[in-house]
Design a protein around this ligand. Structure first.
Ligand code: ATP
Ligand code: MG
Length: 328
């Protein structure tokens, strides 16, 4: 029995969460859910977007499923990353048949450092304009590289690529690259290489099948993740994970989508795939594959899918179809 914090949040976050919990009922894994508040709606009622109680609930859980927060998203998620030291941001780039992907058979993962780099928040106005500090600590570089290699090993992947700009950012990315190769010594069977971020951005478009696991710093990972999302098409399909040493928080990449909220037409796939990432994180890999395959079948058949996928099914109709595959 896993203790899971559930934060539906705002807008379509609530709708895709309901769909996901409905589907998870048909999986052979027991969950003990604790529901918690965060986001715009809660903020309107109480004046805070992320109450301490919610942070405490997540802290005492093994994992958290997070729907979406509207305008307060940055506050909620950034604060949660800090409070729980969620130093890994994991983004799969995977193409599914039946969806509008630029390439078939794409399957790689971006492991982004989530706590430092250029996003450390040390910006300053100067006489001439402004400056921002870019931070690489040995400890964080080591942790993220180690995570990438462990993840590759655990999931049977063959190659880890460090992405950086060490030719220009000689100190910060120099250290990142050096740390990568040092950590790699513990993984003699893993194929590895490193590339400049600019070249990587190009190769995503021209030769994306060269990648398997990418490990990179905060800003580069942020940008490449969205480029990766563009490759496999459609916000409604892209999950993400924020992982620390104690918890993982799993959320769709899309937000609360106020323009389509309340209509019951949101695509639940990104949230369901976030639950797949959670199952993998909990090492329930068999259940993860089962759930993923049920979704893949429904996407490939294309009969009971939401409007953004070219269908006319509601969120819950699509969820019910996925569940019926699981119950077969
Ligand atoms: P927020 O400020 O909460 O991020 P937003 O207006 O930026 O809200 P997003 O959730 O980022 O909205 O989504 C942008 C658009 O992408 C939506 O208006 C919608 O058309 C589409 N979209 C996003 N997620 C989904 C989904 N799950 N299903 C269908 N369409 C989606
Ligand atoms: Mg948005």
């Amino acid at each position: 029995m896993y203790k899971i914090a559930v934060i539906p949040g705002d807008g379509i976050g609530k709708e895709v969460m309901e769909a996901t919990l409905h589907v998870l009922e048909a999986i052979d894994v027991e969950f003990d859910y604790t529901f918690a508040d965060a986001g715009d709606e809660y903020m309107e009622k109480t004046g805070v977007a992320l109450p301490q109680e919610t942070v405490d609930i997540v802290k005492s859980s093994q994992a958290c499923l997070f729907g979406a927060a509207g305008e307060s998203a940055a506050d909620v998620i950034v604060k949660m990353r800090q409070e729980l030291d969620l130093y890994v941001n994991l983004r799969p780039v995977k193409s599914y048949p039946g969806t509008k992907s630029l390439f078939d058979n794409l399957d790689f993962v971006i492991v982004r450092e989530n706590t430092e780099g250029l996003y450390i928040g040390l910006e300053e106005e100067t006489e001439e304009g402004a400056t921002a500090l870019r931070v690489t600590t040995r400890k964080a570089a080591e942790k993220i590289c180690k995570y990438a290699f462990e993840y590759a090993k655990k999931t049977g992947r063959k190659k880890v690529t460090a992405v950086h700009k060490a030719n220009v950012l000689k100190k910060t990315d120099g250290l990142f690259k050096e740390t990568f190769y040092k950590v790699a010594e513990d993984y003699p069977d893993m194929e590895l290489d490193d590339r400049y971020v600019d070249a990587t951005a190009m190769f995503f478009i021209t030769k994306p099948d060269m990648f398997d696991v990418i490990v990179t710093t905060n800003l580069f990972g942020d940008i490449l993740s969205d480029e990766g999302a563009g490759l496999v098409g459609g916000l409604g399909l892209i999950p993400s994970a924020n992982i620390g040493d104690k918890q993982g928080l799993f959320e769709p990449v899309h937000g609360s989508a106020p323009r389509i909220a309340g209509q019951g037409i949101a695509n639940p796939s990104a949230m369901i795939l976030s639950a797949v990432l959670m199952l993998d994180y909990l090492e329930e890999n068999e259940a993860a594959r089962k759930l993923e395959n049920a979704l893949v079948d429904v996407l490939a058949e294309g009969n009971v899918v939401t409007v953004d996928l070219g269908g006319s099914a509601s969120t819950m109709e699509m969820a019910a179809e996925i569940r019926s595959k699981l119950e077969k």
